[in-house]
Design a protein around this ligand. Sequence first.
Ligand code: HEM
Ligand code: HEM
Length: 179
Amino acid sequence: MPTKYATSLIVLHWLTLLLLILAYGTIQLRDFAQPGSWHGYAIAITHVTAGATVLLTMMLRIVLRIRKHTPKIIPTPPRWQTALSHLTHACMYGLFIAIPGAALLSRYFYGGEWSLYGLPMPHAEVENTKMWKGFIRWHTILAPLGYWLIALHAAAALVHHYIFRDNTLLRMMPSRRQS
Ligand code: HEM
Ligand code: HEM
């Protein structure tokens, strides 16, 4: 029985973290750039590209989670901890699909030509103000929740590793060492 997550899931897990650092980091930097400057443009492009890629990685991860084996935690944690971790993971999938999903839908209803990864993207024929404003509002409401969820999740991983001393974290580490 494998004692780690599949390599594809491990790679995508840490790639998602990097992409989220870019998506959230660009938001922290946006106030330093002059409106209309190339810095502002680079920050916006990076935010949108990293954010949209998070959506792709999360969807791919769901497919892989269904298809690949989930390694057991040793020693087995109490049932309430397992239930809580499943709930947190489900919230992370839901949130990090809803955040970029809402932003992309907002951009769709904004109308006008736009591109992603250099490719032309679909858009509404005419601007639908109610819809684009509604979706971007949801984007800005949901996005800050991600900070708290990631912090809770990372703290739980460290507690498992350093306090409970089980193999939770090692199962998600890219090293070749088997726990
Ligand atoms: C997981 C991916 C993403 C995360 C974590 C994220 C996070 C954020 C955060 C924290 C804000 C600032 C909210 C505030 O002002 O309080 C924001 C704003 C914004 N994001 Fe994202 N974002 C993501 C993906 C995207 C995508 C894919 C797009 C474009 C299609 C996008 C477009 C925007 C825009 C236009 C704003 C400015 C909204 C405003 O100030 O009214 N974001 N995002
Ligand atoms: C420093 C940051 C992070 C640490 C230390 C960390 C650690 C871990 C660990 C140890 C696991 C295995 C837990 C288990 O199987 O019960 C895990 C799983 C998971 N993590 Fe993270 N993580 C971090 C960031 C993130 C971020 C940013 C996301 C955002 C999507 C995320 C989403 C998930 C999900 C959904 C799982 C369940 C396994 C899967 O479906 O791939 N993690 N993480």
